[in-house]
Structure formats: structure tokens, C-alpha cells
Unconditional design. Structure first.
Lengths: 954, 288
């Protein structure tokens, strides 16, 4: 319980060289880790921006300025040619929207050409919706330009090694370009369309686009705002977040007024600015839109125009291997569009691979696992078919399903699956679930207001996050519900249902949707997807109605066991144009809902790896533990168990003990002594002589720097079993303050693990002499009571060697006298006692032997009588101490020791006492008494000098 | 006294010193142990009483996020338990674990009884092992007491109903109980970091308060750093980064990714800290 002096503490706190080195290493490592983590990645990519004038149009002679940027790997040159990627942006974007993707491709060793499509940004021209005569021809000219670049690898003169990548508008371009230009080596169209007319005018019973229901929400957004829609996962990192300079375009849904259309974009063509209703749209596209949006239906000419911009008719001409990536959360271009593209391209014998991810025009890039998968697939596709590296990617199908919220960052979590072949939208298997309900009348609201909400176009990831966004208006929808599912169904594909409808007008526009209803009754419309149908020739009465089969948009969803399916047929939807006249339809649904399912195996994720890491870690810890325990056991077994023959019967032998602390302070420099049976040895020394350190080493609390200690011939190291034969009181008592004295002794003995009857509590308690106080708590004890209890604790089990540090500290004189007797009695029967004390009189009266240490060294040791006998000091009782002192000081070698009470203690130092007396008498001083001092104190002072300063706390 | 092979006193065996039972009693006799464990029992009851006041209260403060937690908490015993765990996981349990593991060696050092234990002699590694195991056992007991009382009191008051949560659909009571046990298990593993840190500090300092406070302080520091997203991937290495991953155990399907990574992180840290503690203590000069 001693607290080191401030100076010592300060010395210890100062860094030693070793500590400083360790600290420096840790700091450097930490700094390196931080730097490595936050250091911006060097791009190693150079970019060249240029305004290229290309000639296109139906005649191939109309010039248009295209704003381009070419990204090149830093080491690309005419000597080291690289393959190229034509990277197209989404509708409303610019070349800046895809910059980060471009840089990433360039970093992977491609020359990447990005450009702002005509009608957008700083490029000239008008928007022709990926028209083969305009946008596609522009892209062909860009291929020419690429082929002429010295850095770009070519198949033949004028034919660059090139892949075309793009999302949405850019994806459509990729398909159309590949169909029109055989120089394209591979394409990766993402979240794009097959038939633009069907995308904007869907009809889910198989009707023609002229019969379709106008998707006015999306169409309006494109025509009016033309925001940065559909960059989706364009390229690698999911374009929505990848357009720092495209920020104006991507800043959310712009105002839908025509004046705010693309026509107001800076650098717009003069002709575009002239017509406020068309903006930068080409006149024919604009006119078609205006016609459709006005009537809610498309005429054949408008459909033809949209078909011209669709890959649907030209798929058989695509020879470039195609990776189709489509989003599940996409009410604009649902999975069916990619399905149609895949079938058409595959029919021509071109390699096609399909992947679905959980994002899309509504869902954005999807969860991290999805964008990583899309990125991997894209790079793999291009590397093989364009760069010519890596194995053929194959045509297996991968998809993913939203599994829930991430518990940590509240994002979505998707589970990936794969199977060897692409099953299409019909699934590999089907589950039929019966939904029931009576025929119900539903009202068609005039002018489609109020309308049900199924999805919010352009809401980004919001739609999938807020599954509860879907709502139906009372009176405007009919419900048909199933019984709770007995087992979970993994739907992947387009469900089909059969409905019947009757209408007084003979026509009806209806929206069929399939909800997943959980046990609490909360209904979820998967991805906000609805099937709009336009039925004609309907009877007046429901019982006359003929069933029609409706193919719902494809979904990927797990319907849990216990959930119900709810088929809803609604008369209105905010995203679509519905008949303006109020009507009341009657709808019925019979027959089951047919759910397609696809069997696939989960794609192993990082979680699997982490599980192995965890298993490995646990195994490593177990093995490490076993090894450590084995090594410790082995070392323990090999420990020196021999008995030093010389000291076999000696309770304690200390040999050349040295203790040097870490800060270089030498507390004990060389200490040798022995304690023999029957002896009570006093360890004497001034403060800081090294007594306490010696005892600490003796108790195994501190490692000696050098030297040995033998207890009954056994070498003593920290934790030596032979320590169990020593009872100790070192540096004051140490008790649990909340326990009584007796409980403390019991707790101590319990900790020894030795037999209860060996403790001899009665004897110990008698020594302690605490009476009934043993039952009081230690914290109420006086210092002396604790001291006595500590001595009693040291004597528990009657150890053969008793080591007591300042045992009489805090005891009153009768107790001291008692203690003296106890110790002398104790040192019988082969036992021994080592007492350290600064009360010299005590040692003199108690001990048989004494060891005097000073400044870490033994200065004397032996029987007390011998040490005292060597003392040359004499006590003079004189009449005039002052004069006597003066006389004695004159005598050579005689020294007056500091002593009070008018007595003089004199170290005669070899001078005969008679001579000293004679000198005093000669000086006229009366000498009353001359007593030879035989006190240990004098001997002690004689041995260590009267100056114990400068030695510090040892 | 007969002298046997290694020269020890009769009846002395290094492996028999400091029996687990003795250490259990030693710690059980301490007021702080009794108070900490008692509080674990008391806390759910206090929360339960607090909810009684809430039920008739004003509606104004009823529509924030916390109140939705409160609403969920009163739907059943399982949810009440979840709520009790949720409110105590971030701080209270950290303090309790730090108390049990940080105080155990440092308090012996400050009383001066440590040197008498070592002079018995209790082998140092054994002393640490016993101390650590007992401290961990008490920490686990605290966790179980909290959950057990909450489950008992909550079920008696609110009934045995399915487990609901904001991250997933409701779970059947038996399934919910399993999930709850998994949450407790994960929480126990995450708290091993605190246990490790507190234990390391405990063998390094003689001040029990320093060890407990230091561990809690470093835990808070790590939590603060974890809020700074600018640190990026470095945050994954913070011991507190995955401390709330147990929420993933409530979702359907169970999200084990972060749970597994959290386990890796916690076990690595705990092993490191304990390793350092053993390495340090078995070589240290005991000067207290």
C-alpha cells in the first residue's frame, strides 16, 4: 500500500528507450493505416475533351456537334493500343453523368469515349429518341473516329475493338447500334427497352400498343423534364450517384412544364428554342407525344415512330454478344423488355446473358451486393469479348431478391441467386394460388381523379423502400384474396391471372395488381408494378363476361408462409391515362393466380467468407491456447526442482541478490544472508536501504535482476510452490475491507486451496488477540488491529519461515512485548522468522540474528550480540556537556554521536576509554558515569553512518 | 510438515489454489456486485412502472421514434425484453461489464491483498484465469438477470405474444425467444471487447476506478469515431462498429453478415486484450 515518492513515479512514467520505440512503431503504423485509407486513389487516366462534328441524318450529310470526352489509360499509345468502350448516358444526362464509370473503365485498360447525345447538354441537334438515322448514326461516326485514334486497337482498318455500354436511353442505343453496325464487338445494355411503344403503352392481355394504356407519369417526366432519368446502373457504379457535374440534371424531378424541357438547356439548337411546346425534341417525336398525351391512345403512326426507335424489329441483326441487365424495381422498362430482347437476340444465335438486379428506374443501383455483381458481370463480358482476356462468361442467369432492411444502415439487403440457364418470365415451375371474392362493382373516376397510387415515377429507391406507398381508392377497386399460404413461394417471373369484367360502355381500362399481405394485414405491392388492361366488347352484366388472362409484370419476391395474396382490380392509377367518362364496371376474378417460380442456388456472398474467417479465428485461438498451455506446462516441468544440497535445511538463503528497476535505479546491488532454523533474524536498514525490495523479491512479487534465493534448498522464483512454506506480512496488511477479520482469514485460507484443518485458525486468532472484534468489518479496524490480523494471517498454517515487515507498526507497548514473545516462541521446531524493522530496540530484544543493509548492500550480519559487541561507543554522563563536546571534538578519531538528554554518546574509535575520561577530567569536567553502549542502534549508526540521504526509496 | 517434490507445504497444489468457488464468494460478498446485479433486476421493473405512467399520458409526445419503440415494448413480454435490452445495450451493460472485469484485479491491488494472494502462491496465470472467468460469469449473469427479469415481468404484465420489431415482420413467440437468445448471445460476444479492455486496464493499474472508467471511456471514444463516416473503411476496425448488428438477428431472413463480422472483431479484440493482460501480468513487478 505504499505509494512511491513523486520523484520515483515521475522516473517510472518517463519513457524508457524500449517503450519509446514501441510507441513510435505503433504511432507510425496507425498513421500509415489512416493515410492508406483516406489517400485519394491516383486515377492513372487522362481525359481529352473535344467538340466533334459528325455527319448523320437520313442522308448522312447533316452535320451535328457532339460534346465528347475520351478517357485513356495513362499508358495507352500507338505502340500500346487498347480496346475501346463507347459509353452512352441516360435520357436527360450528359457525358458527365457517366464520368466516374468512364474513369473506372479507363482504369481497367479501355479507351472510353463518352459523349453527350444530340439534343442534350452542349451537343447540338434535336432529340430523335435513338433514331437509327440520327443518334445511332452519330454513334457510328464516333466508331469511325475511335478507329482513327492511334491508341485504339482495331480489328481491321476503320473497325475498332469496341464494346458499347449504356443504361436506359444509352442501353437502347447500344442495342440499335449493334444491330446497325457490325463493328461493335460486344454490348451491355442495361435497364432498357425492347419496344418503346409497348413500354409507354402497355396492355397486359396481349393487346397492341394502339390499344395500350398510356403511361403518362413516365412519359410526362421524359418529355417535360427530361431529368437524368435512367442512368440507373449505367456502367459500373450505378450512375445516379456518379454524376458530380451532371448535378443539374439529376437534381430530382424537374417541373413538368414544357418550357422547362430540354429546350432550355444551354447551347440548345436555335430551332429547338423556337418551339416552346417541343423544346429540343424533333418535330415528329414531339408531334407524336402531343397526340398520344392528348387522347391517351396512340395512333398507328405514333406507334411506328416509337417502333423505329426500338430494338424489337432489328434484334436478329445483332451479332455482338450481349449482356442484358434489367432492374426488378422498374415501372418504366420492366423485366419483360429485357426478356423480349434476350429471346430475339438468342434466336439469331448470338451469345446472350441475362442478369436481374433489385434496382432499376425506380430502385436505382440497388444494394451494394447488386451493383457489385453488375459491375463484375460487365467487366467480365467486356474483358472477354472486347479485350480478349478471361474465359467465356457463359450464359448462366443471375438474379437477386430483396431480403429485407439492413439492420445497421437501414439500406436494402438483397440475396443473389444463379442458375445455369435463363428461364424467361414463365419460370421453371408454377404454383397456383386460388383467390376468391364476389364480383364487385367499381367506379371509374372522371378524368382519373382521384386515382390509386401504385408507384411514384422517378422516386428513385424510394418506391422499394416505401412499400406502403401503394394505395387504392375505396369504391374504385375490387379485392380477391387467397387463404394464407401454407408454405413460402419464391416468385420469379410474370404471374398470370384470369379476370372477368362487365361495363355499360362495353369498354374498360383496368389495373390488375397482386399484393403480398402479411399476417397483420399490411399489403405490399411488389415494386409498385401493375398490369394495365384495356378490354373492349364487354357485356353489360358480369355473369356474361368472358374470362381474360392477364400477364402481370414480372416480379422477384418471396411470399412468406402465412401471407395471403390479394388480387386487386382497380379502375384508376395515377401513372396512367384512364377514360375521362365516369362509369361503373363490374369485375370478377376466377381461377387461380399462377405464380412462376425459379429454382436457383444462392450466390455465395462475403458472409460465407466471413463465416470461414470466424471459424478460422476460433480454431486459431483454440490452437494458440493449447500451444501456450503446452509450452507453459513443459517449461514448468523443466523447471529446476533440484534441491541445493548446501541449503536443504536452511529456511532462507539469499545469494548475491540484485534488483535493478526498468528506469535503471539499482534498489539492491548485492545482498547475501541466511536464515537458519530457530533463528529470529532482523533485517535492518535505513529507509531506502533495499529491505522492502528484498522482501518483495523474496515473496515472488518482483523478479530479481541477478542472484538467487533458496528456501529449503529450492530455488525461489515468482510463484514457486515453495513459497507456500513462507508466511508473510509485507508492506502492511492487505484485507478485503467489506469482510470481517475472521472472514478475511477464511477467504485467504480458501484461496490457498489447502486443507481446512491445517490452517490452525484458533492459534492465529489467539495471536491476533482481537477478541470479538474479529467479527467486525475490516474497514472499522484501527491500524494496530489490522496489523495484528495481518500477522495472524501470516501465521496461518504455521509456515516454516515467517517474514514480517515492520510487525510492530501500530502496536502499543504491551502488544509489542507480547509480539516479541510470540516470535521467539515461533522460531522453534525448525521454524525461523525474518523481521524487518526500523525499531532497532525491538530487533535487539527480539532477534537472535541481524542483517544490516545500507544502500542496497549488506554492511553487517550475524548474531545480534556480535554486531552489538563490535560497537565501540560509550555513554558519558557529564556535568557540562557543551564543554565536554568541545574537548572530545579535539581528540583525534573520537566522534560524538548525535544524542540528546545531556548525555554524550561517543564513538571512541579505538581510543581507550580511560584516556577519554582523563582528558575530560583534565578539562575540569565532572564525569558522573561512563557506560559502554551495547545498543544495536549505535552499532547500526556506526555501520551505516548517520546519513541515509541520497539513497531514495528502495 | 512433510516436504514433497517441489518443496511445497503440505496440501498445497498450484492448481488447487484460488478455487473458482472461493473467487465467486469473494466477489459475491462485495457490495458493488450485489448492487450491480440488483440493478439488473430492478431496471426492467422500473421501466415497467414507467410505462404504467405513460399509458394514460398525453398524446402530444406520442408520435416520435422512441414512442414507437415504447408502443412495441408494451405489446408483449418478448418485446418488453427487447426494449430493455435495447435501452441498456449501448451504455448500461458496457458499464456493468467494465465494472466486473475492470475492478476484479485492480481492487485487489488497491487493497493490498493481491500480493498476499501471489505469496500464497497462487500462480499468476491461474489468478488471472480465475478472476477473468468469474468476472465474465458475473457479466453473463447480469445480462441474463436483466433479460430474465424483463421477460418474466413483461410476460406477466403484457402477455406472451409474438415478437415485433421495426426491421421485420412479427415472429412467433418460440421463434422470437430463440431470436432473443441469439441477440443476447451476440451482445455477450460484443461486450467481450469491453471485458477485454477493462481486464487489461485492471492488471495495468492499481486504481479500480481507472480501469472501469478507462474501458468505458475508450468504448465511448470508439462509438464517437464510428459516427464519423469520413473515416470510411477504417470504421470497420472500431470495436464498436458492429455493436448494433444484433438488430439483423430480428429481421427475416436473419442477417448474419454483420453479426459474423462483429463476432470476428469482438473476439479478435478480446483475445488481443486478454493476451496482453496475461503477458503483462505474468511479467509484471507487483509493487502495490
Amino acid at each position: 500500500m505504499t505509494s512511491p515518492s513523486p520523484a520515483a513515479w515521475f522516473r517510472r512514467a518517463l519513457p524508457t528507450r524500449r517503450r519509446a520505440t514501441a510507441a513510435a512503431v505503433v504511432v507510425v503504423l496507425l498513421a500509415a493505416a489512416v493515410t492508406w485509407a483516406v489517400w485519394p486513389q491516383g486515377s492513372g487516366v487522362r481525359a481529352e475533351s473535344a467538340m466533334l462534328t459528325v455527319r448523320s441524318g437520313p442522308s448522312g450529310g447533316e452535320p451535328v456537334d457532339l460534346d465528347t470526352t475520351l478517357y485513356l489509360p495513362a499508358d495507352a499509345s500507338s505502340a500500346r493500343k487498347v480496346p475501346a468502350v463507347l459509353l452512352a448516358h441516360g435520357f436527360g444526362g450528359t457525358k458527365e453523368s457517366v464520368r466516374s464509370d468512364a474513369e473506372e473503365f479507363a482504369g481497367r485498360g479501355y479507351a472510353v469515349l463518352t459523349w453527350t447525345a444530340r439534343g442534350f447538354g452542349r451537343s447540338g441537334g434535336e432529340i430523335h429518341l435513338d433514331s437509327p438515322d440520327y443518334e445511332v448514326r452519330d454513334a457510328e461516326r464516333l466508331l469511325d473516329w475511335l478507329a482513327a485514334r492511334p491508341e485504339v486497337r482495331t480489328d481491321a482498318a476503320g473497325d475498332p475493338k469496341v464494346g458499347v455500354v449504356g443504361g436506359s436511353y444509352g442501353g437502347g442505343l447500344a442495342l440499335l447500334l449493334a444491330a446497325q453496325d457490325r463493328r461493335v464487338d460486344a454490348i451491355v445494355p442495361m435497364i432498357t427497352w425492347n419496344d418503346l411503344s409497348r413500354a409507354f403503352l402497355p396492355e397486359s392481355t396481349g393487346g397492341a400498343p394502339t390499344e395500350g394504356v398510356f403511361k403518362k407519369g413516365w412519359a410526362g417526366l421524359f418529355f417535360g423534364g427530361g431529368g437524368n432519368v435512367g442512368s440507373g446502373p449505367a456502367g459500373l457504379s450505378g450512375g445516379t450517384a456518379a454524376a458530380p457535374q451532371g448535378a443539374p440534371e439529376s437534381a430530382g424531378p424537374p417541373s413538368p412544364g414544357p418550357g422547362a424541357g430540354p429546350g432550355t438547356a444551354p447551347g440548345g439548337a436555335p430551332t429547338g428554342a423556337a418551339d416552346p411546346s417541343c423544346g429540343r425534341f424533333a418535330a415528329d417525336v414531339c408531334a407524336a407525344y402531343l397526340r398520344i398525351a392528348t387522347t391517351g391512345q396512340a395512333d398507328q403512326a405514333a406507334v411506328e415512330l416509337l417502333r423505329r426507335s426500338s430494338p424489337a424489329g432489328v434484334l436478329d441483326r445483332i451479332k455482338a454478344p450481349t449482356l442484358l441487365v434489367q432492374g426488378e424495381s422498374d415501372t418504366l422498362f420492366p423485366l419483360g423488355e429485357a426478356d423480349a430482347n434476350a429471346k430475339g437476340i438468342a434466336a439469331a444465335g448470338t451469345p446472350v446473358r441475362v442478369a436481374w438486379f433489385t434496382g432499376g428506374h425506380d430502385g436505382g443501383a440497388g444494394p451494394r451486393s447488386d451493383s457489385d455483381r453488375v459491375k463484375f458481370l460487365t467487366v467480365q463480358w467486356l474483358d472477354h469479348y472486347v479485350k480478349g482476356e478471361g474465359d467465356a462468361p457463359g450464359d448462366d442467369f443471375t438474379w437477386s431478391r430483396i431480403a429485407g432492411f439492413d439492420a445497421l444502415d437501414r439500406g436494402l439487403v438483397a440475396t443473389g441467386f444463379r442458375r445455369a440457364d435463363y428461364p424467361g418470365l414463365a419460370g421453371t415451375d408454377r404454383r397456383e394460388v386460388t383467390v376468391t371474392g364476389p364480383a364487385q362493382p367499381i367506379a371509374n373516376p372522371p378524368n382519373g381523379n382521384p386515382a390509386a397510387i401504385s408507384s411514384i415515377p422517378f422516386a428513385g429507391g424510394l418506391t422499394s423502400l416505401l412499400d406502403g406507398v401503394a394505395s387504392d381508392v375505396p369504391g374504385q377497386h375490387a379485392r380477391f384474396e387467397s387463404a394464407p399460404l401454407t408454405e413460402a413461394v419464391d416468385v420469379a417471373g410474370a404471374p398470370t391471372v384470369t379476370v372477368r369484367a362487365a361495363s355499360p360502355t362495353g369498354e374498360a381500362v383496368l389495373f390488375v395488381k397482386l399484393y403480398d399481405v402479411d399476417k397483420d394485414g399490411a399489403a405490399t405491392l411488389p415494386n409498385g408494378l401493375v398490369a394495365p388492361i384495356r378490354l373492349t366488347g364487354l357485356p353489360q352484366r358480369a355473369q356474361d363476361a368472358r374470362p381474360v388472362t392477364v400477364t402481370l409484370p414480372a416480379i422477384v419476391r418471396r411470399v412468406e408462409a402465412g401471407h395471403r395474396l390479394r388480387l386487386v382490380v382497380a379502375s384508376s392509377d395515377q401513372a396512367y391515362t384512364t377514360p375521362a367518362e365516369p362509369t361503373v364496371y363490374t369485375v370478377a376474378a376466377d381461377g387461380p393466380v399462377s405464380l412462376p417460380t425459379v429454382a436457383g442456388e444462392p450466390i455465395p456472398t462475403a458472409a460465407t467468407v466471413w463465416r470461414w474467417v470466424l471459424a478460422g479465428l476460433l480454431a486459431a485461438i483454440v490452437i494458440g491456447l493449447v500451444v501456450v498451455v503446452a509450452v507453459v506446462r513443459r517449461r514448468h516441468r523443466r523447471q529446476d526442482r533440484s534441491v541445493h544440497p548446501e541449503y536443504a535445511d536452511t529456511p532462507l538463503a539469499v545469494r548475491a541478490l540484485r534488483k535493478e528497476y526498468a528506469d535503471g535505479f539499482v534498489a539492491v546491488s548485492n545482498v547475501d544472508f541466511e536464515v537458519h532454523p530457530g533463528q529470529v533474524v532482523g533485517l535492518l536498514g535505513p529507509n531506502g536501504a533495499g529491505k522492502t525490495t528484498t522482501l518483495r523479491v523474496l515473496m515472488g512479487l518482483t523478479q530479481p535482476t541477478a542472484g538467487e534465493i533458496y528456501v529449503f534448498g529450492r530455488r525461489l522464483v515468482p510463484g514457486s510452490p515453495v513459497l507456500s512454506r513462507i508466511g508473510a506480512l509485507v508492506e502492511g496488511p492487505g484485507f478485503l475491507p467489506h469482510l470481517s477479520g475472521l472472514d478475511n482469514l477464511k477467504a485467504y485460507w480458501r484461496a490457498t486451496g489447502r486443507p481446512w484443518e491445517d490452517a490452525q485458525f484458533d492459534a492465529a486468532l489467539e495471536i491476533a488477540g482481537l477478541g470479538d472484534s474479529v467479527h467486525r468489518k475490516i474497514k472499522n479496524y484501527s491500524h494496530g488491529m489490522r496489523q495484528r490480523l495481518a500477522i495472524a494471517q501470516a501465521m496461518l498454517g504455521l509456515p516454516e519461515l515467517l517474514v514480517l515487515d515492520e510487525p510492530t507498526d501500530g502496536l502499543d507497548p504491551p502488544q509489542i512485548a507480547e509480539m516479541r514473545r510470540v516470535l521467539q516462541r515461533y522460531a522453534t521446531d525448525g521454524r525461523a522468522v525474518l523481521v524487518s524493522s526500523h525499531l532497532l530496540a525491538e530487533v535487539e530484544q527480539t532477534c537472535t540474528h541481524a542483517v544490516v543493509v545500507n544502500k542496497g548492500r549488506i554492511v553487517a550480519s550475524g548474531p545480534v550480540e556480535e554486531i552489538v559487541g563490535e560497537s565501540p561507543s560509550v555513554l558519558f554522563d557529564v556535568t557540562d556537556p557543551v564543554a565536554a563536546r568541545a574537548v572530545l571534538d579535539r581528540l583525534h578519531g573520537v566522534r560524538v554521536l548525535p544524542e540528546s538528554d545531556g548525555q554524550l554518546v561517543v564513538d571512541t574509535n579505538g581510543t581507550a576509554r580511560s584516556e577519554v575520561v582523563a582528558e575530560l577530567v583534565r578539562a575540569g569536567i565532572g564525569v558522573d558515569r561512563v557506560v559502554p553502549r551495547r545498543r544495536l542502534e549505535d552499532a547500526f549508526l556506526a555501520l551505516v553512518g548517520d546519513n541515509s540521504r541520497g539513497s531514495g526509496d528502495r | 510438515m512433510a516436504v514433497v517434490d517441489a518443496g511445497e507445504a503440505r496440501g498445497y497444489r498450484p492448481s488447487a489454489t484460488m478455487p473458482f468457488k472461493a473467487e465467486f464468494r469473494r466477489q459475491a460478498s462485495r457490495r458493488r456486485t450485489q448492487l450491480a446485479l440488483g440493478f439488473m433486476v430492478l431496471l426492467p421493473l422500473i421501466i415497467l412502472i414507467a410505462f404504467q405512467f405513460n399509458s394514460g399520458g398525453d398524446d402530444d409526445n406520442g408520435r416520435n421514434e422512441f414512442s414507437s419503440l415504447v408502443d412495441l415494448a408494451t405489446t408483449g413480454g418478448l418485446n418488453f425484453t427487447l426494449f430493455s435490452i435495447f435501452v441498456s445495450a449501448s451504455f448500461l451493460l458496457v458499464v456493468v461489464v467494465a465494472l466486473f472485469c475492470g475492478d476484479t484485479v485492480a481492487s485487489e491491488a488497491s487493497w493490498g491483498s493481491l500480493r498476499y494472494l501471489l505469496a500464497i502462491p497462487v500462480p499468476r496465470a491461474r489468478l488471472l484465469t480465475v478472476k477473468l472467468v468469474v468476472a465474465l460469469a458475473y457479466s453473463g449473469l447480469a445480462l441474463l438477470l436483466l433479460a430474465g427479469t424483463a421477460l418474466l415481468a413483461g410476460t406477466l404484465r403484457y402477455g406472451w405474444s409474438p415478437l415485433r420489431s421495426t426491421v421485420a415482420a412479427e415472429l412467433e413467440p418460440t421463434e422470437g425467444l430463440l431470436r432473443l437468445l441469439a441477440v443476447l448471445g451476440y451482445l455477450a460476444i460484443v461486450l467481450l471487447v469491453v471485458a477485454g479492455l477493462a481486464f487489461l486496464l485492471s492488471v495495468t493499474t492499481d486504481a479500480a476506478l481507472g480501469a472501469v472508467g478507462g474501458a468505458v471511456l475508450l468504448w465511448i471514444l470508439s462509438s464517437i469515431l464510428d459516427q464519423i463516416t469520413a473515416l470510411g473503411a477504417l470504421r470497420d476496425f472500431l470495436p464498436t462498429h458492429f455493436s448494433t448488428a444484433w438488430l439483423g438477428l430480428l429481421s427475416t431472413p436473419v442477417q448474419t453478415d454483420d453479426v459474423v463480422r462483429g463476432c470476428i472483431s469482438a473476439i479478435s479484440y478480446a483475445t488481443l486484450f486478454w493476451g496482453l493482460a496475461f503477458w503483462r501480468f505474468t511479467r509484471k513487478d507487483i509493487t502495490s
